[in-house]
Design a protein around this ligand. Sequence first.
Ligand code: HEM
Length: 458
Amino acid sequence: MSDTATAPKPKTGLPPRPKKAHWFFGNAWHLLKDPVSFLQESTAQFNGIFRVTSRILNLVVLTDPEYVKHVMQDNNKNYTKWFKNDVLELLLGRGLLTSEGDFWRKQRRLAQPAFHKERLARMADTMVRCTQQQIEKMERLADKQNVDISTQMMELTLNIVAGAMFSSEVKGAIDVVSHEIERTSVMATARFNNPLRLPIRFPTPANLAERKSIKNLDDVLNPIIRERRKSTEHFDDLLAMLMEAKDEDTGEQMSDQQLRDETMTIFLAGHETTALALSWLWYLLDKNPKEAQKLYDEIDQVTQGRTPALEDLQRMPFTKMVMDESLRLYPPAWLIMRENIDDDMFGDYVIPRGFTFMIPVFTIHRDPRLWDSPDAFMPERFSKENAKSHHRFAYFPFGGGPRQCIGNNFALMEMQLILVMMLQKFRFKVSKGFVPEMHPMVTLRMKNGMRMDIEKRA
Ligand code: HEM
């Protein structure tokens, strides 16, 4: 054999890009105009990796689960998050979602115990109480048509996360937080969509409004944190857990600023995603009456109409399968972004450092190479026997590796309790003539909400 035959294969440089391109804006035009179709078509065209380019954009899209695993898990230290949003920075500071490196690692170690399953069990009462209140409110809307169910879900999940964070005696604070967090998350999303908007430090009317909202939040959160420090009373909520958390090696605890940043982060990361997941789930149930009936049967049989207890949830495997399948078809965090610190290799391709990576969770969850009948709602995929057959990174609604969602168990417990309690009372039917449209922003929203008729169950 000659030397040439044994030598490593020459590297072929950057991955290919789709031919579909605007004369000036390149592929980015199609990505921005209709990201879901563009990403699906391109995924089918290439082998797990491709590039999207324009005069101002050059990014790598990964759709092979092995490549995703490489970035999110095996070689995760070579990747940073891709957050360039000054409103989010001002709002979240150095909270878990936006921080990096050693600082993030230390914070994650401190926060992790607060999200352990046993600790979360203590939050179940708050979840049940808030759901009961929302149900009472929705009962007044029952038999009304054309209700935007996504607004109801948003209100509910925000109340839950606020209630889990602080005990109920700060009710006034929860109202302010609910209102302002919703406003700031709308504003932060608007900024993602319009990169030409002036940075937040410029005193334009929109920027001043954003700064005012963040200040209102600080004015509520900072005194709560200060009061807690002084208090000798025992609290059993997320804030107390974060406040008491101690680094095992150094004995270090979170400063007031860190507590403020983590509180804000959990509010933002922990409500919209869950609300969207539920809104899409109600839609899927209406479109799949056979599966819906199986779900009603399981719920009725296990709970016999009583408020579900945590032990009941384990006895409802089909409910969990329905949630998993719904998170596959409509993953609220539909896109994950990263940037590489050093050059990295994917097959024969070498990606120089500083490249932006896009991991389209939605597209991978529906890739026909990974899933049979990918667009069909088939909860059986997630039965005990079937669940193990898919690649770890063919299904990852909560991400993976060290930066996996810290609130995944919180979210799943919350979703299941809400699902069970709501379906004990209601059936949700998509309103006549309404077709929900995906609106993929930072999260997988819907364009005009989710218009449904709420029917009381007999
Ligand atoms: C269905 C609901 C939820 C979904 C689909 C979801 C999804 C995700 C995903 C995909 C990530 C990783 C993003 C990345 O790698 O770039 C993430 C991170 C995070 N999520 Fe969630 N999430 C949900 C609910 C929650 C809840 C309820 C909380 C808090 C109570 C929460 C708090 C966080 C935090 C703090 C991070 C950052 C973790 C870190 O980087 O250390 N999430 N979430």
